[in-house]
Design a protein around this ligand. Sequence first.
Ligand code: LRH
Length: 478
Amino acid sequence: KQLTKVLACDLGASSGRSILGKFDGEKLTLDILHKFNNNGVYLNNNFHWNTLKQFVEIKNGIRKAIQKTNHNLASIGIDTWGVDYGLLDNTGSLMSVPFHYRDQRTNKTLSKVFKNISKQELYSETGIQIMQVNTIFQLYSELKERPWLLENAKDLLFTPDLLNYFLTGNKFNEATIASTSQLLNPLQRKWSSKIFNTLNLPQSIMQQIVFPGQKIGNINSKIKDELALQKDIPIIAVGSHDTASAIAATPIVDQNSVFLSSGTWSLLGIELDKPIISAKSLQKNFTNELGVGSKVTFLKNLTGLWLIQECKRAWKREGKNLSYKAINEAARKAKPFKYQIDTDHSSFINPANMPAAIKTYCKKTKQSVPEQPGEIARLIYESLAQKYKEVIQELEKLTDKKIKTINVVGGGTKSELLCQYTANITKRKVIAGPIEATAVGNILTQLIALGEIKDLKEGREIVKNSIDLKVYEPEELL
Ligand code: LRH
């Protein structure tokens, strides 16, 4: 059989990549064609995305894929992190540089929103975990601080929608990314007019919702010329939210398994057919995002490797340019269970210096203060694993399940230390892989749309047959 080749453009909050998926009817192979840094940029006191760079890098990835496949590329799909967006004016131009969800302008927004709509009402309408980064809070702060933006905005496009628009000229909001906004009703899969009206937000800027597998359009003629494309290439809506794509590719073993998508964030949960929206799920702050294949991903957004990424950056600034290998080796040698932090504490959202923020937290909580990178890395990994344990216990209560296995996917699978501590501390088996789950989920959704594979179930079997998974059994803690 001839190989079907599709391109996944996957942008995470720290790096982006373009991965070619080659499918022979049974097995999938991946070819990482292009990688780039995707860090936020401070413009004075505000934290933004480098959207133009992202667009240029996406085109660079497509160019490489065209060369590699000799113009034999069946389709392209884009996924990114959640919640962020760009606003277009009535000429179709981007009105301002998109903000990064870690920008501080939403620091005081939550309480203002709750004066208009209660937490309970907001949750029962959306099923979404209350988090400062959510689009709803970003838009509300726009309304109050920069009213001229929303007054003149014609269209809102979430990041993957925006990049799709730059490539095709077509404007849609894809369902999985739209669900991260906390402006969508997950039962009706429609915008919640109640929320827009109550908060005075303009619902008219939202687009028609498309679902994973639908076609967005072809690459427009200008870019076709620029990239010297010989044929039209369709852009397909995938699970444009990276988390949805990652879960789509998770080789979940059975009903007693959870997924843990481990990258800058840790997304820990299970897949459901219908949302769970109850007083208990609100109290525990679980989210019901939309997934690929009409699923709901019931999960908790937790801070993830952001903590160690930021420490690595800070150490480098101080002249200690340590590799992850060196950091992990030092962590392995450090004393176990000496410190513990709440990895989701607000002081870790975007501190100027992460190791300093961790030290301050330890001091304030009357612990001794870690000094060495190895100690800090160890406490981060142990505290993350501790958090996973708590969340699994909450999930068991909320869903009445006994969780026996954790399927870890994403960049975090590279950290053997974190995988092993997760197994040890949660006392559950960890199955790690695929590392590029997000791109794989993106690719599978394109292959379903192209009629190459039947559904997600078949897709996950293909993942199991194509990719080596690593198992970590819990070790006795001494
Ligand atoms: C992970 C993620 C997560 C949240 C956050 C903003 O990359 O998409 O699911 O939405 O980024």
